[in-house]
Design a protein around this ligand. Structure first.
Ligand code: NDP
Length: 289
């Protein structure tokens, strides 16, 4: 990396940021494409507005935004992409004339990741586990891409209901059904795609899954876990034990980064290059698949 007077800076704002893989994605892409850009993490303890204004004043080309600021950052934007506005969460800021424009590449990244595995959304019945920020965005994604029905199961039923009401209203159809985790026996008796969007099973609590009953996993033909640390979650193991296919969330992370990089630098990243970056990420994670 050759940093000089023309180097552009992008970065990640969040709390915490120490374990982020994003510098690996962006600095590899910049190097491979010969783009004079560097990507660094910025820990923002408080005063998000000041941080965004400061980034703009320092001529930063773009930012990623992570926990806990993905919703709060909407207040600091000059304009927001329609999908991100609907989702109510922004993870990418792109420099414009008077300030930053917000996008949500988490969702388009998840869509691209699922496509790369041949996972379909259109016309499907889909189970989402969880009703936090990620699950909410996944619910929007599923209805936006034509899922037939989405069953959203959460420990706190109020949160699942709130997502169902909001997404159904915005999408103008009764596509989302809210249930408690214990309600899974009432799901249709057929195999479905299940997207695991709770934080249960995240390292260091590797052995946990939000539902452990094998009867539930008999209803799943494909499991996609948003978690990528560890790379073989208990949820994934339970899906595979009942004959389903299972994937972790590292490709979602890859593609949300690729899409942010494309927005910042006005380039298209080829699938070959995305694969190359993914190999580097797997190397850092010390995983095979
Ligand atoms: P939130 O904190 O907003 O939501 C957490 C969810 O997990 C809630 O539904 C919560 O249920 C549920 N949950 C937490 N603890 C328990 C428990 N003990 N039992 C049952 N349910 C529980 O997190 P996010 O939505 O932001 O993120 C969810 C996951 O997605 C995280 O693991 C995150 O790492 C991953 N993620 C991955 C990305 C990627 O690029 N691969 C991108 C974004 C997120 P309740 O509502 O009842 O509290």
């Amino acid at each position: 990396m050759n940093i000089n007077g023309k180097t552009r800076t992008c970065g990640l704002i969040g709390k915490p940021v120490e374990h982020t893989m994003s510098p690996v994605i962006h600095n590899t892409l910049a190097e491979e494409l010969g783009i004079n850009m560097v990507y660094v993490p910025f820990l923002v303890e408080e005063n998000l507005k000041d941080a965004v204004q400061g980034a703009y004043a320092l001529n930063l080309l773009g930012m990623n935004v992570t926990v806990p600021y993905k919703s709060e950052v909407l207040e600091s934007l000059v304009v927001c992409d329609e999908l991100a506005k609907k989702i109510g969460a922004v993870n990418t800021l792109v420099r414009e004339e008077q300030g930053y424009k917000g996008y949500n590449t988490d969702m388009t990244g998840l869509y691209r990741a699922m496509k790369s595995y041949g996972i379909e959304i259109e016309g499907e019945k889909i189970i989402i586990l969880g009703a936090g920020g990620a699950a909410r965005a996944v619910a929007f994604l599923c209805l936006s891409y034509g899922a037939e029905k989405v069953y959203i199961l959460n420990r706190s039923i109020e949160k699942a209901k709130a997502i169902a009401t909001e997404v159904n209203e915005v999408m103008k159809r009764e596509g989302i059904i809210a249930m408690t985790l214990e309600d899974y026996s009432r799901l249709p008796e057929e195999k479905m795609l299940c997207i695991q969007a709770t934080s249960v099973g995240l390292a260091p609590n590797d052995g946990d899954a939000v539902i452990t009953d094998e009867a539930f996993y008999k209803r799943i033909h494909t499991g996609y876990d948003l978690i990528y640390r560890p790379a073989n979650t208990r949820f994934m193991q339970l899906v595979k034990e009942q004959g389903g296919k299972a994937y972790h969330g590292l490709k979602m992370l890859l593609y949300q980064g690729v899409e942010a990089f494309e927005l910042w630098n006005q380039v298209t990243v080829s699938e070959e290059l995305a694969d190359k970056v993914y190999e580097v990420m797997k190397g850092v994670m010390k995983i095979e698949e």
